[in-house]
Design a protein around this ligand. Structure first.
Ligand code: NI
Length: 167
């Protein structure tokens, strides 16, 4: 396994649209295990392949305290969504900043496992937020896109300041 470098905003590669996965091989398994290692090490609760500069429709998540509920979604697509919720989101591509984003409360998603087996996932609450956030990455969208221009520029300034302080 290996840790992968995570792209940070405003890296233009974060705007890339990921292509569907068509080959389910050991290289894909390796990518998924490296993404888990990278996400757990960061630490984060979700990571899209886009964030590690691999532009294929792959995402990993684990929102459990014990790091025991891992999810891999290959080629995910939303079948149904309902309700709404506001949740404070962060992102490994935006170190140190958080913002409230409104999303669907519940989502039903179709995806494939790492071996290509199709499955469906019906979730609500924080995991539904995470899925929607990570799926956005696969189409080149990031969570600050949902904020007002003023809120966004304040947050990005704060992120730059923290980046300079830690440099
Ligand atoms: Ni993110």
């Amino acid at each position: 396994m290996a840790l992968l470098p995570i792209l940070e905003f405003p890296d233009p590669r974060l705007r890339t649209k990921a292509a569907p996965v068509t080959v389910f091989d050991t290289e894909l398994e390796q990518l998924v295990s490296n993404m888990f290692e990278t996400m757990y090490e960061a630490p984060g609760v979700g990571l899209a392949a886009t964030q590690v500069d691999v532009h294929r429709q792959v995402l990993v998540m684990d929102m459990s305290e014990e790091r025991s509920e891992s999810h891999v979604l290959i080629n995910p697509r939303i079948l149904e969504k309902s309700g709404e919720q506001v949740y404070q989101e962060g992102c490994l591509s935006f170190p140190g900043i958080y913002a409230d984003v409104e999303r669907a409360l519940r989502v039903k998603v179709a995806a494939q496992r790492v071996d290509g087996t199709p499955f469906e996932l019906d979730v609500e609450g924080p995991l539904a937020v995470c899925i929607q956030h990570e799926m956005d990455h696969l189409v080149g969208k990031v969570f600050v896109d949902y904020l007002s221009p003023l809120k966004r520029s304040l947050l990005l300034k704060r992120m730059e300041k923290k980046r300079r302080q830690s440099a």
